[in-house]
Each structure stands twice: as C-alpha cells, then as structure tokens.
Design a protein around this ligand. Structure first.
Ligand code: UD1
Length: 377
C-alpha cells in the first residue's frame, strides 16, 4: 500500500497593508497546491481598519488564522512582542517553512523567532540594500537575509548583492509578486472610477506619497516636502495620499495648516482607498512622487515617471533606465529638480515603450511556490 505523503505546512507572516497586497498572490498560489497547507498569520503592526481588515475583504485574501494584535509601540517593543508571539504559534502549528517579505518589523520579528526555533526561513525581496544603517528597514532585511535558508531576490542586482555578501541560504531570482498583483488589479480598473470621485482628470495630476521615518519624522524635511507640494500645486493638481505616520507628524510639526492652504488635494489616512483605486490613480497620473519602494516599482509597472524623494534607492534599475529620479528632500534645490523632471515627463513616459521590465513578469508567485515545493520535497 502506498502511504499518502504528508502535506507540508507553509507559514506566511505579515503585518502591514502593503505586505497584504504583495503577499496575496503568493497566498493564493500556496492554497492552489494539493501538497501544501497554508498557515497564515497577521502580526497587527498595522491596526487601523483603513490599513487592515478592509484590504483582506477587497482582495479576497483568506483571513489570517491568528492575529498577534501587537499594535503601536517602540520598534523594540513591536519586535519583542512579535518574537514571543511567533514562538507560541510555532509550537502550536509546527510549520515546515516560514515565509516573510522584505524589511518590516513584522518580517524581522517573525524571522528572528523562526531562526531561534530552528524553522527554515524563506525571504522574499531578499538582497535589497540602501547601505544606510540608520534605516530600520536596512537593519531588518540584512539580518533576515543572513538567517534565511531560501532567498528570493527580484532583480539581478539584489541577487549579486547576496552572492557578494556570501549569504548561507540558497538564492533563487524570481519575479516580484507585486507585479503579479499589479497586473491583476489593472485588469479590474473601470474608468473613471476614483478619478471622478476625486474630480481628477486623466494625466493631469501628480500622485504623491511619503511615509519613511527619515523624511516624515524630521520637521525640516517634512516641511520641505510640503513646500514642494505647495509649489507644484500652483502648476498642476497634486494628490497627496497621506500615511498615518505622516498625518500624525504634519499635525505635530504644525504643517497641516500650510498644507491645507496650498492647492493640494489630500486623502486622509482614515479614508480607505481600495487597491484597485490606487492602481487606477497610478496609471492615470502624469507623474508619481514617493519615498516608498513599492510605489517606485508600481510607477514602473504603470509606465509613469517617478521622483523618489530619498537619498538612495534599493531599486536602482529604474533610475539607471532613466525613468525614476532620486531627489534628496533634505537638500536644497528639491523644487527645481522636480520641476525640471515634470517639464519633460511626457518624453520620459515615452521611454517605457522600449524598456523591458526588470522587476517582474506576472509569474513571480508561481516561481516562488515552485521553489518552496522543491525545497520541502
Ligand atoms: C511600516 C514599515 C515600512 C513600510 C510601511 C508600509 C517598519 C520598520 N516599517 O512603516 O517599512 O514601508 O510600514 O506602510 O516596519 N499607524 C496608525 N495606524 C496603523 C499603522 C500605523 O495610525 O494601522 C501610525 C501609528 O502612529 C504608528 C505609525 O503610524 O506609530 C508608524 O507605524 P509603523 O507600523 O510603526 O511604521 P510605518 O511607518 O507604517
């Protein structure tokens, strides 16, 4: 008699809104496989309804079986709670592999816990580096990479970085599932949709986001970003999608009144935007300004010029291809630089016709899960 092989348990851990969007195609792919069981855990790092539950509902992502409910706190507090919470869940569910994405405190906490519990760790979006250890994300991803058994970089550059650093795990370059999700959502857009609701005209506005601690926790830098938006607002419609951290700091640094006086439309964090609306806003914009790595990639998928308001970026490819531009918001000359890029935004957008996408192919989730299956045997 042939004994039926035991199904392997794949635990996916996440805790922030962008991770829900990016990991959903991977979760779907795991669920499709007969030989795998999905164990799905939410840490609760993002706890507002606008960032949490609604997104699961929209995307049809299966509800996580456990929520650690860690909520806000210092980074050490958040991490410690996740490490301990995950240990208990590892004992309860005994996963065969733990999957985390990127560089959040949720991924880091789950990774440390898995390493200590001797459970194989798989890291998606491995090999990203900004070479700035003041960024929590840089600390998190470096340590996760060096404790992972399976590493999934999304670009050749990230793959090379991992090889140069001599990480001990196996490296497999795959497409980013963010691309899979973007393509799925793009097909669901019904125009004008959100554009009508926000009184926006196709191609006639700049989409802006900023949430990185190094930008928005610094009064002077956040002030410069507000000045930039005010200046742009005199020329073109500016739509600022405000993150909770940014909202809090705009108030703390008394910048909210300045922003309200400027000709800037902004979406408060309490207002829930569906993922499909966000993709619609991306593909219909003239240009995107952001400090988010995810949005820099989505700007590429949407074929829009992107100003990355940071000192450096992990996604160097789009900068090298001449469609993304670094602009340090803490330096003088920010406004001039952005205006110059805006002035040639049409020409930049045309470049996409000849470019090959270095970040994904729409099959990333399948590639990742195939590798997991091979590993689990
Ligand atoms: C985190 C990640 C960052 C990721 C981002 C995506 C880390 C170190 N950073 O940054 O890499 O790009 O998520 O959004 O993990 N807040 C709320 N409601 C929420 C969540 C946050 O009001 O649901 C506010 C709180 O005041 C909180 C602050 O935002 O203290 C920062 O939240 P946190 O999760 O610590 O970091 P993010 O800036 O969201």
């Amino acid at each position: 008699m042939v004994r039926q092989r035991q199904k392997k348990k794949v635990m996916v851990v996440l805790g922030t809104r962008p991770e829900i969007i990016r990991l959903t195609p991977v979760v779907f792919e795991i669920k499709k496989r007969n030989n795998l069981v999905l164990q799905f855990i939410y840490t609760g790092q993002h706890y507002s309804m606008s960032l949490g539950q609604a997104i699961f509902d929209e995307l049809g992502t299966p509800p996580p079986q456990d929520n650690l409910g860690i909520g806000p706190g210092t980074e050490v507090e958040q991490t410690a709670k996740i490490v301990l919470g995950m240990e208990a869940l590892f004992m309860k569910y005994r996963p065969d592999v733990v999957v985390v994405w990127g560089d959040t405190n949720s991924s880091f906490g789950a990774a440390i816990s898995a390493m200590k519990a001797k459970i194989p760790l798989a890291h998606l979006e491995a090999g990203c580096r900004s070479y700035d250890l003041r960024m929590s994300e840089e600390v998190n991803r470096r340590l996760i990479d060096h404790g992972s058994i399976l590493l999934f970089p999304f670009t050749e550059n990230s793959q090379q970085i991992l090889q140069n650093e001599r990480v001990m795990g196996s490296i497999y370059k795959v497409g980013s599932p963010l691309c899979d999700m973007f393509l799925t959502l793009k097909k669901k857009i019904r125009k004008p949709g959100i554009l009508e609701e926000l009184s926006l005209k196709d191609g006639e506005y700049i989409l802006v986001t900023s949430h990185r601690a190094e930008n928005v926790d610094n009064a002077e830098t956040l002030g410069k970003i507000v000045d930039l938006l005010a200046e742009l607002g005199t020329r073109l419609t500016v739509l600022f999608n405000v993150h909770p951290r940014t909202f809090k700091n705009l108030e703390n640094f008394n910048l909210m009144s300045k922003l309200k006086k400027a000709k800037v439309k902004f979406i408060e964090p309490s207002r829930y935007l569906r993922s499909v609306d966000i993709v619609n806003l991306e593909v219909s914009s003239r240009m995107i300004i952001t400090d988010s790595g995810g949005l820099q990639l989505e700007a590429f998928f949407a074929q829009k010029p992107c100003v990355v308001i940071r000192k450096s970026t992990e996604w160097v490819e789009s900068v090298e291809l001449g469609v993304s531009f670094l602009a340090d918001p803490s330096k003088t000359g920010l406004v001039e630089k952005v205006l110059e890029i805006l002035g040639r935004s049409d020409r930049i957008a045309k470049k996409f016709k000849t470019l090959v996408n270095p970040y994904g192919n729409g099959r990333g989730s399948k590639e990742i899960v195939d590798h997991l299956v091979d590993f689990l045997g």
